[in-house]
Design a protein around this ligand. Structure first.
Ligand SMILES: Nc1ncnc2c1ncn2[C@@H]1O[C@H](COP(=O)(O)OP(=O)(O)OP(=O)(O)O)[C@@H](O)[C@H]1O
Length: 275
């Protein structure tokens, strides 16, 4: 494609999460220990799905990797460099799209490219090609509030992908969508990841989604969250959720998750688990 896709930032980068813990200190409430020391290495080009009980600290961890939130202790390194603020090279996709309602589809997608000072002609070319990739080429001038949830999420994906970040961070990006749209967008995400070789960290509540998409699934304990299990997923793409190998893995992970969820509901969330 064009020059932005030739720059050095187009190569996938590794993420090292080193002893990251987080305690929130709300003004009028007790401190909340969200993360116990978390250690996790995500290799360049890997697609890692993070799953765990509600409230275990997944979004907190992702926000620390994004640079939106600071760790109480420990650090996050991207290709050896410490993260302490957001960077356009770590693109974030949220569940609730986070689009600018006063800009149309094209302007939303173009936003990051303007921030990167990409020349006008090049911007137009990149935006057109990514709108096409997510099937929105006929909606360039549409207002955001005229789009369905699935279309908004396509805009959000195009906006992040078109700046060619090395790392894509996703916080339940498909959680609010119907099953069909979700499955279509998962396929689009997979094909973009395979074509452009990004490093992806995806938060999800769905074991099936994790297994359809990821090379590795990381299970987080009940709060305070830390890594309970690292499961390599060696199944070939495209993955078939009905296959025996898929269903066995799904059932193993569900068992582990159910244990953690039971802990958070059974008042035993303080029970420590061996690493
Ligand atoms: N800004 C904050 N101030 C105080 N507590 C917070 C703050 N942000 C998160 N928490 C608390 O930290 C814990 C972890 O929250 P987090 O949103 O990271 O969990 P999660 O695993 O992403 O949850 P879910 O799956 O339900 O989205 C929760 O108990 C939450 O209430």
């Amino acid at each position: 494609m064009t020059t932005i896709f030739d720059k050095t930032n187009s190569k996938a980068k590794g993420i090292r999460i080193k002893n990251v813990s987080k305690i929130f200190f709300p003004e009028n409430d007790e401190p909340v220990e969200a993360l116990k020391p978390v250690n996790l290495d995500i290799h360049p080009g890997e697609f890692v799905a993070v799953i765990g009980p509600s409230g275990c600290g997944k979004s907190t961890l992702l926000n620390i990797v994004a640079g939106f939130e600071q760790a109480t202790a420990g650090s996050v390194l991207v290709d050896g460099e410490k993260v302490n603020k957001p960077d356009i090279d770590r693109g974030m996709v949220f569940q609730q799209y986070a689009l600018f309602p006063w800009l149309n589809v094209q302007e939303n997608v173009e936003f990051g490219l303007k921030q990167l000072n990409v020349p006008v002609n090049e911007r137009a070319e990149i935006v057109t090609s990514f709108l096409k990739l997510v099937g929105l080429q006929d909606f360039a001038n549409a207002r955001i509030d005229s789009l369905s949830g699935g279309m908004k999420q396509r805009v959000a994906l195009a906006r992040v992908f078109c700046t060619n970040p090395s790392i894509i961070l996703m916080d339940e990006p498909f959680g609010a969508l119907d099953a069909l749209t979700r499955s279509m967008l998962q396929k689009e995400l997979l094909s973009i990841w395979q074509e452009y070789e990004k490093t992806v960290m995806l938060i999800t509540h769905s074991v099936q989604e994790a297994l359809v998409l990821a090379n590795r699934v990381v299970v987080i304990t009940s709060r305070p969250g830390r890594v309970k299990l690292n499961i390599k997923v060696d199944l070939p793409y495209p993955r078939d959720p009905k296959s025996m190998a898929f269903r066995e893995l799904e059932s193993d992970i569900l068992d582990q998750l159910t244990d953690e969820i039971a802990k958070s509901y059974g008042g035993q969330s303080q029970v420590l688990m061996a690493d």
